[in-house]
Design a protein around this ligand. Structure first.
Ligand SMILES: Cc1cc2nc3c(=O)[nH]c(=O)nc-3n(C[C@H](O)[C@H](O)[C@H](O)COP(=O)(O)OP(=O)(O)OC[C@H]3O[C@@H](n4cnc5c(N)ncnc54)[C@H](O)[C@@H]3O)c2cc1C
Length: 440
């Protein structure tokens, strides 16, 4: 059985390398080196599109845990990252040229991975198993195919992510639970009320805050139509936010009956309320500016941001509708998707999804069934994210909100996170004992 991997980015390289290393016949297609997408610049595989940082490297950090899990599975991307690491404090940053070179030569060294420079327009023209890993900047012909095969309305061209804050860092003396006009569950939303002065200060800081510079191919206004950044709404006038995401109507304080000038609503990210999402706060503000300006919101003065808001050009599918928990098309199990296009977000998450897809295909071919990672792992958190039905599916980085909490209460956050990570790694170590061949 031939496995056709389309795209030699962070995800595709992981799939091809794992399966090639395990002895399967793999064809890896990429438009590189002859052509490049609108955003790629290098002719090598595993290119980092922007920053050379693979983010935090500690086990008190969800992406640090994900990396540790990937290392257990012998990830090519992690191996090359640590081999080409450069000093960057507590983050894992790499020399991007050496990093790409390491990935490209590892792929070239595998005799059963055939590397083919070709733009794939319709993966169904290829036989065998197909893995679509063409990334957030997939070329037009394959994007058209994806649009057709996933059905109307299931392919998106940008993401609009609101920040998430750690529930434990909210000042509960300043906020109240209520839903607008008492609809739904009474405690569906946590509301941060503002008086006029607080609102005006927030408004002024927001419209003057520093924003990230858009790439040339992101400047098309049509791209973000229908979903405006919060600062852009604010720029339409002093009261625009009060008629939009900060609308105060129907939100009285449950104890005092007080009404407010404006209200920011936070929605639970997980059933336990460990994390909250700032509703309608998709933004182009830089991360330091988000921290500074959004901490002006009453109740969030000491908030710790688990994830920052963002909006960028990004081709991705409505995975919970299209894919199962193994990143495989529900309507055609010979087609897998991997990488950013599935709604995971970030270099490490994209690579992790590739590693997972490689593993699933291996278990399918060797054991006759796809085998899932342990519930408590970050890997499983990503698989749940892309396959759990949700109204407005948005890509996400790995966060602790995607990993089950401990059964015991540990007050110190760092300690608790460390324990969660230790639990995940132990479970994964035990799990892989049955798959010695993957450890290589
Ligand atoms: C502009 C931009 C900047 C980003 N910056 C960061 C960042 O700083 N940090 C971070 O963590 N994440 C960042 N991301 C998000 C994400 O982590 C990266 O996009 C990541 O590279 C995704 O990995 P991937 O394997 O899914 O896709 P990619 O790494 O993009 O790989 C896709 C591959 O498919 C090939 N391809 C495309 N179409 C075809 C086709 N039709 N046929 C054959 N081959 C094809 C491409 O040439 C490419 O090699 C950024 C995304 C974008 C769009």
């Amino acid at each position: 059985m031939i496995i056709n991997v389309i795209g030699g980015g962070l995800a595709g390289s992981e799939v091809a390398y794992l399966l090639g290393r395990l002895g399967y016949s793999v064809k890896l297609f990429d438009i590189k080196p002859e052509k490049l997408t609108v955003g790629h610049k290098s002719k090598k595989f595993g290119e980092l599109l922007c920053s050379n940082s693979l983010r935090g490297d500690s086990l008190t950090n969800a992406v640090g845990l994900l990396k540790a899990e990937m290392r257990i599975l012998n990830s090519l991307i992690m191996d090359c990252a640590y081999k080409t690491k450069i000093p960057a404090g507590s983050a894992l940053a790499v020399d991007r040229h050496k990093f790409e070179e390491c990935i490209t030569s590892a792929l070239n060294s595998l005799k059963n991975v055939e590397i083919i420079c070709k733009e794939i327009e319709n993966p169904e023209d290829l036989g065998g198993i197909k893995v679509v890993a063409t990334g957030p900047l997939s070329t037009d012909p394959i994007t058209n195919w994806i649009s057709k095969i996933t059905g109307e309305g299931n392919l998106y061209f940008f993401d609009a992510i609101a920040p998430i804050v750690d529930g434990e860092t909210i000042d509960y003396n300043r906020v109240f639970f209520a839903s607008r006009y008492g609809k739904g569950g009474g405690d569906d939303y946590l509301n941060c009320p503002m008086n006029r002065d607080e609102y005006l200060k927030f408004y002024r800081e927001l419209i003057n805050a520093e924003t990230v510079e858009l790439k040339d191919f992101e400047r098309d206004k049509k791209l973000f139509e229908g979903c405006l950044p919060i600062e852009e709404i604010a720029r339409r006038g002093e009261d625009a936010l009060r008629f939009g995401p900060l609308k105060p109507v129907g939100l009285r304080h449950p104890k005092t009956g007080e009404e407010f000038y404006a209200v920011v609503q936070l929605r639970k990210e997980d059933s336990e309320g460990r994390f909250y999402n700032l509703v309608g706060f998709q933004t182009h503000l830089t991360y330091p500016e988000q921290k500074r300006v959004f901490r002006l919101i009453p109740g969030l003065e000491g908030a710790r941001f688990e994830r920052y808001g963002r909006m960028h050009r990004n081709t991705y599918i409505n995975s919970p509708k299209i894919l199962d928990e193994f990143f495989r098309m529900k309507k055609d199990p010979r087609i897998f998707f991997a990488g950013q296009i599935t709604g995971v977000e970030g270099y490490v998450e994209s690579a992790a999804s590739g590693l997972m897809v490689g593993f699933y295909i291996h278990t399918l071919l060797k054991y006759g069934k796809t085998i899932q990672f342990p519930e408590v792992t970050a890997l499983r958190g990503l698989s749940k994210h892309i396959s759990t039905p949700i109204k407005n599916f948005q890509p996400t980085n790995i966060t602790f909100s995607l990993i089950p909490d401990l059964n015991v209460r540990i007050r110190n956050k760092k300690e608790r996170r460390l324990k969660i990570s230790e639990r995940s790694l132990e479970a994964l170590e035990e799990f892989v004992r049955d798959f010695q061949e993957v450890l290589g």
